[in-house]
Design a protein around this ligand. Sequence first.
Ligand SMILES: Nc1ncnc2c1ncn2[C@@H]1O[C@H](COP(=O)(O)OP(=O)(O)OP(=O)(O)O)[C@@H](O)[C@H]1O
Ligand SMILES: [Mg+2]
Length: 258
Amino acid sequence: MPVAGIDIGSITTEVVIMEKKEVLGYVIIPTGSNSKNAAEKALEKASQKAGCQVDELDFVIATGYGRISAPAAHKKVTEITCHGKGAFSLLPEARTVIDIGGQDSKVIRLSEEGNVVDFVMNEKCAAGTGRFLEVMAYALEVELKDMAELSKKAARSIPISSMCTVFAESEVVSLIASDKAREDIIRGIHDSIAERTVGLVNRVGLEEKVIMTGGVAQNQGVVECLENKLNVKIEIPENPQIVGALGAAILAEKEINN
Ligand SMILES: Nc1ncnc2c1ncn2[C@@H]1O[C@H](COP(=O)(O)OP(=O)(O)OP(=O)(O)O)[C@@H](O)[C@H]1O
Ligand SMILES: [Mg+2]
């Protein structure tokens, strides 16, 4: 019987449907203003893709900040556990997991068995998260998905000194007004996110291999800045946004096997 993992994040909701360790289908949809609706819609769509009905799902585990409002979930599990499980299933050599989502970022240390042995989380402030990138992309009038490509053309990185998203946005607006190259500003924005992430990594200690999950892993510009600062290669899964939901689905399979 199929099971599902559902990750209700601040920006996106993902569902992974699994049976006998195989992914049958998955979806990524915007969470929007109603996380309960998003969860229902994502479950429905992913089930369709997997060729089953929502009521056929044997066990559903919800994670993410919106997990409290997940309707069909039999169990709720923290994001730390789910991202750890998901990342380890994709890369058993992974010892450090960096997840940067829309509203928080976290670094998880895994044991050889794939268990969480330590973690740190930044959830108090948007700086260093995907939301920060979204605000800056808007101010610069560029698409989020184009930021990495633009930053490659940078001649230098303009440091962003403000520690707060709101002030950093004003700083970027001033830089635009003073005719600084957009590419250089974007590189500075990526460096600023990487800098904050390094701070988190240092608190749990860097251990290879390093894997990155969450939507920001799709921004190769941030990934490169982070690789340079940490001096390691960072592995990016094919679909970094679904890793939390994948971990939840793996745990759901464990539940029915027990
Ligand atoms: N194609 C893309 N290119 C670059 N960045 C992207 C892309 N798609 C998403 N992102 C980034 O990913 C972020 C969302 O990440 P994700 O979907 O992991 O967040 P979330 O899980 O909803 O948030 P959280 O876990 O903090 O509640 C966006 O804010 C954006 O910065
Ligand atoms: Mg998330």
